[in-house]
Design a protein around this ligand. Sequence first.
Ligand SMILES: Nc1nc2c(ncn2[C@@H]2O[C@@H]3COP(=O)(O)O[C@H]4[C@@H](O)[C@H](n5cnc6c(=O)[nH]c(N)nc65)O[C@@H]4COP(=O)(O)O[C@H]3[C@H]2O)c(=O)[nH]1
Length: 721
Amino acid sequence: MTLSLWSRIDIETSERRQHALDYQAEFLSKRITRQFLEQVNALKRLAAYWDHNGGFNKETWRKNAEELHKDFPNFKAIEWTDKNYVIQWIEPMAGNEQALGFNVAFNESRRRALDSARAQGDINSTPVITLQQGGQGVVVYVPISKGENFQGFIVGVFLVEQLLGSLISPREEEHFHVRVYEGDKLIFSNSATDVSPDITAAADWKPLQFSWRLSVQPKSGWLHNYSSPLPAFVMSAGTILSALLAWVCYLAMSLGRQRRSLLSANEALQSEVASRQEVEQTLSHVITHDALTGLPNRSFFQEDLAQAILRAQRANKYLAVMLVDLDQFKKINDTLTHSAGDQLVVALTKRFNTLLENEISIARAGGDEFMMLLENPESVDEVIAIANRIMACMKQPFTLNDEEVFITCSIGIAVYPEGGVSAEDLIRNADAALYRAKAAGRNGYHFYTTGMHAEALKRLELDRWLREAIERNELSLAFQPKVNLKTRDYTGAEVLLRWYRPEQGFISPAEFIPLAEETGLIKELGMWVVRRACQQLSEWRGTPLSHIRLAINLSAIQLEDKELVHKIDNLLREFDVPPRQLEFELTEEVFIQNIESNMAHLNELIKMGFRLSIDDFGVGYSSLAYLKHFPISCIKIDRSFVSQLETNADDRVIINAVIAMAHNLNLSVVAEGVETEAQAAYLQKQGCDEAQGYLFAKPLPPDQLYKLATSLRNGTSLQQG
Ligand SMILES: Nc1nc2c(ncn2[C@@H]2O[C@@H]3COP(=O)(O)O[C@H]4[C@@H](O)[C@H](n5cnc6c(=O)[nH]c(N)nc65)O[C@@H]4COP(=O)(O)O[C@H]3[C@H]2O)c(=O)[nH]1
């Protein structure tokens, strides 16, 4: 009996395994179809946008195609092919140069696809062909309009290897050997290590005009998961079971005796358990819910989402995760106190609850961030409609501390399965989309696309590298001289941080400083800059640079550090540097946000003898009111005004007004980014005091600044102006 049972279980295990593999092949085919069509749909959107605008100029085309390529890096090229089938514009150009100007009609497969797309006014694609720019690929044509209105094609070019390689997920790569055939021709195969030859599944892949077939063979890791220990277990168990039977009979008799005595003890325990359960229920509500709003918290939401994903997977439905973040919450907390911030969160929760009723699960992720889950949306339009409803419900003001306050929100959206197949991925990707929505100017929503994942990973990587940068000795300082516009004497220098990572080369501060500000790492980096600048000043003692004044950039975030002034004071003492040799450049937001605490910090710095100046003046708030209240000595006109002054009358008006106003308030003015003699002459004529820019000197490493100072020793000096 044990033997026949063993053989039956073995057959069933093999059948189950084949069934699971068939399902995998089918699932893989559906999933990559969906992901591929997502990229094709992006092309269609670009074509519709072109049609709607009645065409693009080259710059608009480049911007749109570049954006699309950023979101979908799988495109080898995105092209504009005109009515005569000539490729006119390509994005990106690098690696695709050979295709520019190529008349596509010379290639028969391409011409057939083009003719058909044009005749039917609908998308069409080539089979696998040898691309003009090299490699085996497929080309997708989206015609713009039909008949007389036909204007040309938006074209997507894919390298087969790259396209299929990226559509297959790392998990599938690990577990399956996937081959793709067009007819009998093998067009793609991923790594084939450790493959079991005796089991295979196949599925069709036929999006657009493609007629491809997938063949999937499992690798040993996957097979291991499906190999059942049951047959072996049945064999051993059958033998052991008979021996145990006798032993069990004996136990049954003695257990009967024990059971009677346990019954009475059990009754007493029952009432104890009931009261504990009550406590546990209260406790579990506290652990899984937010105390302020009563909404589920992040971890509860994540568990709920994992269940919803299983339901969506079984029913082959979509679901959408939306992260909603208020745009001005910090400002409200800072200006109207934290309790006003709490009132706002509670009032908003009420609006969400009435607005969205039961169709959406809502949780509070903390602070001003809410998480929402919409199950089974019929289409993306339904998700968009809900995002619009959420934004619209904020249009009415909120009353906080008897004041009417208007707020807006940004929303990041990830849709299962394209936007992630696990709860963790969907939330992370919705967060990346939220970041995009914020970067695009706030008060809007953004959907996650695959390109964003790469962007988020890049930011994470950059953050990791930056955290190692100090220890790996990759940071240094550059010094850009400032000159007196009348005498052309050097008056000091601005300190600029430089980061050289051997594996990547120079990384621009414009890239890493905003990231460091966002993560708070700027506090550590900023102190490193002050330390290194003080150390440099002490090394220059007794040289022509002995008395140079250095201007250091200070971020608003650094002022949050209550110990900042104390730390700077300690560094001055350690290197014996007089405060008059340091100046701090602050951006306008310092004077607008956190006014009370910033004012206290700045007054302390002034008391210690430092000069303060406003950097990038004119690009931010440009509110003049704050200038009266803060102890500043200098305004730096942003280089965006200077660079256009020869051609833009508005910029000249702004520059003149800033100089006049600053002089009325007894402040000196420095112009940034002066590159031409004409700009310098204009600024001098308007009475601007100092200037900085490539015309005079680029930011220099310390030894070059030293050389410059030595060469000027007998003429111009680098000492305080
Ligand atoms: N096109 C042009 N550019 C010119 C010219 N003259 C100077 N520049 C560049 O303009 C930027 C001036 O610095 P910023 O406005 O303070 O803008 C700085 C500053 O906001 C930030 N940054 C750099 N170092 C630090 C630092 O140590 N701390 C903080 N908080 N921010 C820093 O990064 C920004 C960018 O720094 P950089 O890339 O070094 O770019 C520098 C400088 O290299 C010119 O004639 N033409």
